[in-house]
Design a protein around this ligand. Structure first.
Ligand SMILES: C[S@@+](CC[C@H](N)C(=O)[O-])C[C@H]1O[C@@H](n2cnc3c(N)ncnc32)[C@H](O)[C@@H]1O
Length: 188
């Protein structure tokens, strides 16, 4: 089973109509539109990406959904955007997703970086409602990917010490490639 499908299973189990959900790396909008389809017209979706093209693709995907939620689609660095959202939405978001790395088919230099990812993750932990779900997928095959995944693993360890439940999924690969990893964290 692909990590995306595992992540979507968690989202399907977590989210319900009317919830607020946040996609911190909107990309082509697959996770945003998946969450939008669940939270529906009474829900609130916030999707962020550094690249305007990604937000355009995400908007197109979301607009194809019949019961469109209220949507805030932001071209922004998630480390800054999530910090700003804390004043309005602290502890109100049911699920937050991060899909780290670069947008397939676009400029690979525009990729998530450990420092801003950790800043965004800290803000995400404040935005999540009690018992909310944080999903982080990291790809480790590209330049910088393994370093970023290592930084996220350490951060996950620190929230686990603070009482969060943290599990991870790694597909078994036989090709010698370093597999991606999905963390599933909950502020129990
Ligand atoms: C692997 S892609 C996300 C794929 C997406 N989940 C989807 O469904 O298509 C990673 C995305 O993170 C974005 N990104 C990189 N650094 C960012 C940052 N600091 N703030 C916000 N987005 C960022 C990239 O532009 C890229 O679109």
């Amino acid at each position: 089973m692909r990590l995306t499908d595992i992540a979507h299973d968690y989202l399907r189990a977590e989210l319900k109509p009317g919830d607020r959900a946040l996609d911190a790396t909107a990309g082509n909008g697959h996770d945003s539109s998946f969450m939008a389809g669940i939270i529906g017209s009474s829900g609130h979706l916030i999707a962020i990406d550094l690249q305007e093209a990604a937000i355009r693709a995400t908007r197109a995907r979301i607009e194809a959904i019949s019961s469109l939620p209220q949507a805030e689609l932001l071209v922004a660095d998630h480390s800054q955007a999530l910090k700003s959202l804390c004043s309005q939405y602290a502890q109100t978001i049911s699920a937050i997703t991060f899909n780290l790395g670069y947008l397939p088919g676009s400029d690979k230099r525009i990729q998530t970086k450990p420092k801003s990812t950790l800043t965004a993750l800290r803000a995400a932990s404040e935005l999540l409602k009690p018992d909310g779900l944080l999903l982080v997928t990291a790809y480790r095959g590209h330049d910088g990917g393994e370093t970023e995944a290592h930084a996220v693993a350490e951060w996950m360890h620190t929230i686990e010490i603070r009482g969060w439940s943290v599990t991870s999924h790694e597909p078994v690969v036989t090709s010698g490639r370093i597999p991606p990893i999905l963390w599933v964290a909950r502020n129990t």
